[in-house]
Design a protein around this ligand. Structure first.
Ligand SMILES: Cc1cc2nc3c(=O)[nH]c(=O)nc-3n(C[C@H](O)[C@H](O)[C@H](O)COP(=O)(O)OP(=O)(O)OC[C@H]3O[C@@H](n4cnc5c(N)ncnc54)[C@H](O)[C@@H]3O)c2cc1C
Length: 493
């Protein structure tokens, strides 16, 4: 289908020629997101700047039955913004406005194109921040965060995006503008806001978001446990949580990752360590040092050879920079990486990490690890050369075996990066065909013709019965397939 022939002229009329692009460089740039293993060019890229423009282009695309995808910064790691069937991309980067800061209700209302970190920067002077802090927070947008229900190092204590979003304005697949939620908790009725958070851009295009603000803690203590074995570091994780202490963050880096961040950022991590564990405690000043002493003791009891405490904000920032820029540091040791996002019960960390290392060795590729240990959310980074087709194939195979291992150990497919196209076929490992049908019926309520971000989250029809890991689906549905599709007017507030 040709963009030129179908709708280009109409789009230019609505947006202006500057904001309608289908030149080869743009189509190449938008052919993938952060998951570079898969690529597909869009039909064209549109850059609306107002809600009215957004509604108009969505109505136009709907009228012509052309599929479309919202895109934020394109940092997604599961291919959610890849236009695999030549969809039109609607780039939301121009929705950068901070509409309102309401300190009494502790909320901030922003456009979806606002970069995550900018929200915290906007309110930090008043002693507040936006808690979910994906490591990509210098680049990713809040719209993408809501679509993916993003997490981050500090979501162990503070919760993920769904716990910090109070309302959204959203354009449905046919161009209808709806609002969900408000600047306070507790609207009656089913939690539609919870439903759209994490729906990976398949339920609507978010055009405004009301975020909850969190007061900055009075004090934070950041420690670095240094280990001779990954197993010992895993023992420390279990020990801290087992003692009823929930740190603000509990993050692990293995030896390969340590060498990469040392080359790129020089945080002073020991190159002969097998693992380091970043433990951050925060809260009221009173009692925090006592808690830190308890944690230090637990770390040492479980095998930490040294525990260093950041002495000031400069040292603390150095540790966090090394953690948050760790993926980028991989460029020092490999031309490319493919990151997985499986989740396992914390108690299984040692076994599964051993298995991941063995899987990498079997295929002859290195796997580095930097992850949210407190959540059991693994991020194995498979190092490969994108110009070597055999290594690309091996990277795919290792990724599949890692997912399979997570599922066999009672875990799941994604902690925070979403399902996208990457793991859509894996959904039938977790859910019965009946459950998947039920979920798709919910999607069909918001997006009945599947024009909005098609091909994401769910397996292609007919694939549900196949099992990749050899285990039966874990979450068989007790529900029967619903017969109805409710009236859409019920969502508009
Ligand atoms: C180095 C690096 C580190 C990362 N660390 C983390 C981490 O710690 N935690 C974490 O959770 N993720 C992490 N990610 C993944 C990624 O940053 C998040 O998924 C982020 O939320 C994506 O935001 P984005 O603006 O880039 O969205 P995109 O990649 O542009 O889009 C992602 C999905 O959101 C949808 N979408 C985007 N905007 C809208 C909108 N306005 N309305 C509806 N749907 C929309 C898209 O259609 C797509 O399905 C990391 C990625 C990188 C590259």
């Amino acid at each position: 289908m040709s963009f030129e022939k179908n709708i280009r002229g109409e789009c230019v009329r609505i947006l202006g020629a500057e904001w309608v692009k289908d030149d080869p460089v743009t189509l190449y740039t938008y052919r993938c997101d952060g998951l570079t293993l898969y690529t597909a060019p869009p039909m064209g890229v549109l850059f609306p700047g107002t809600v009215q423009e957004l509604v108009s282009v969505v109505k136009l695309l709907h009228q012509h039955k052309i599929s479309f995808i919202a895109r934020g910064a394109g940092t997604g790691l599961s291919g959610g913004a890849i236009p695999q069937d030549g969809s039109v991309i609607i780039e939301m980067a121009r929705f950068k406005e901070v509409h309102e800061v309401d300190m009494i209700n502790r909320t901030i209302t922003v456009g979806p194109g606002v970069i995550n970190l900018r929200i915290t920067e906007h309110v930090n002077g008043d002693g507040y921040h936006y808690a979910p802090d994906p490591s990509s927070q210098k680049a990713c947008t809040i719209g993408g965060n809501v679509a993916e229900n993003s997490g981050g190092p500090h979501t162990l204590k503070y919760g993920v995006t769904v716990n910090h979003v109070l309302g959204v304005e959203m354009v449905l697949a046919d161009g209808e503008l709806v609002t969900l939620g408000a600047n306070h908790f507790g609207l009656p009725g089913p939690d539609l806001l919870g439903l759209i958070t994490g729906s990976e851009g398949t339920f609507g295009i978010i055009s405004k978001i009301i975020c909850r603000l969190t007061p900055n803690p009075e004090k934070a203590v950041t420690m670095l446990g240094i280990y001779k074995s990954v197993r010992d570091a895993c023992e420390s994780v279990s020990s801290i949580i087992g003692h009823g202490i929930i740190p603000a963050a509990l993050e692990m880096l293995d030896r390969i990752m340590i060498s990469a961040v040392e080359k790129a950022l020089k945080p002073g991590f020991p190159l002969d360590a097998e693992a380091v564990l970043i433990v951050e405690l925060d809260g009221l000043s009173d009692g925090l040092d006592v808690e830190a002493e308890v944690v230090e003791k637990l770390l040492k009891e479980t095998g930490a050879i040294t525990v260093n405490r950041a002495r000031d904000e400069v040292e603390r920032a150095k540790i966090w920079r090394a953690r948050k820029e760790a993926f980028g540091a991989i460029g020092q040791i490999s031309p490319s990486y493919y990151v997985q996002d499986g989740v396992i019960p914390r108690s299984k960390l040692p076994e599964v990490l051993d298995e991941i290392s063995a899987i990498g060795k079997k295929h002859g590729l290195t796997v580095a690890n930097v992850f949210h240990a407190g959540d059991g959310n693994l991020h194995p980074l498979i190092l490969y050369d994108y110009e070597n087709p055999q290594e690309v194939e091996k990277a795919h195979a290792i990724g599949e075996e890692i997912l399979s291992s997570c599922i066999r150990h009672g875990g799941t497919l994604s902690g925070e990066h979403g399902i996208g196209i990457e793991k859509a076929e894996w959904m039938s490992e977790l859910y019965s065909g009946n459950s998947l049908d039920n979920m798709q019926n919910v999607r069909a309520f918001f997006n009945p013709e599947n024009l909005l971000n098609p091909g994401k989250i769910f397996p292609q029809p007919g694939r549900c019965a196949e099992s990749k890991s050899g285990t039966p689906p874990q979450q068989a549905s007790a529900l029967n397939k619903p017969k109805m599709v409710a009236s859409k007017s019920g969502i508009a507030v």
